[in-house]
Design a protein around this ligand. Structure first.
Ligand code: AMP
Length: 216
């Protein structure tokens, strides 16, 4: 009998502990066109808030570097500045989220880029009783994006950053396929925009303010 009561207490305690952990997880989508500074800002946000950045672009570049089947599949799309098919990206993202259970929360960088990706992300999180806290978009004008990316291309070794035509294609893909994701989260009042120009610290302060206003 005593053993039974103890087991019951343990169960209740474990449930409460995991509930609390889930309540506290803050997930953020850092949104914006290529070259808007998502990667730079994600790194700073990671260390300030103890969140884990998941950049689908970085994950693909890792796979490509190691010549994995996933990397080879992604390569042909990335080289042209096109989106990798949803099912490929979603599978990879799920694996990464599930492999990082200890994260206090995620910064999704470069994901979701389509409505089906956003729906898949929401259902992945809701299966864990979690949700996106906020989508924050960095706003930067097209010409500024192009010059930033061409500059980055001089040192990044990324072929998709070295050709203006491919860069402009990536920006068009963003406008056509990705920007609707902003409206998708607006329906739940979760989308906001910050100006993505100024110094890195100024932009970081704007983002931090948005993050601190999240009610989870
Ligand atoms: P990024 O590093 O975020 O600029 O991504 C570089 C490239 O990786 C993109 O131009 C796409 O070809 C591919 N990619 C990264 N994330 C995604 C995604 N969520 N959906 C589809 N393709 C992606």
């Amino acid at each position: 009998m005593i053993e039974y009561i103890l087991t019951l207490f343990r169960k209740i305690f474990t449930l409460k502990a995991s509930d609390n952990q889930n309540e506290m997880r803050k997930h953020i989508i850092l949104f914006g066109p290529p070259g808007s500074g998502k990667g730079t800002q994600s790194k700073k946000l990671e260390s300030k808030y103890g969140l884990v950045q998941i950049s689908t672009g970085d994950l693909f570049r890792y796979e490509m570097k190691h010549d994995t089947p996933l990397g080879l599949k992604a390569k042909e799309y990335m080289a042209k500045g096109q989106l990798v098919p949803d099912e490929v990206v979603i599978g990879m993202l799920k694996n990464k989220v599930d492999a990082t259970p200890e994260a206090k929360g995620f910064i999704f960088d470069g994901f979701p880029r389509t409505i089906p990706q956003a729906e898949a992300l929401d259902s992945l999180l809701s299966n864990k009783n979690e949700q996106i806290g906020k989508l924050i978009a960095l706003e930067v004008k097209d010409d500024e994006l192009v010059s930033r990316l061409l500059e980055r291309g001089k040192t990044s070794g990324r072929t998709d950053d070295s050709n203006e035509e491919i860069i402009r294609n990536r920006i068009e893909v963003y406008k056509k396929d990705t920007s609707p994701v902003y409206d998708f989260y607006s329906q739940d009042n979760k989308s906001s925009t910050v100006i993505g120009t100024g110094t890195i610290d100024e932009i970081f302060d704007r983002l931090s303010e948005e993050i601190e206003n999240i009610e989870v």
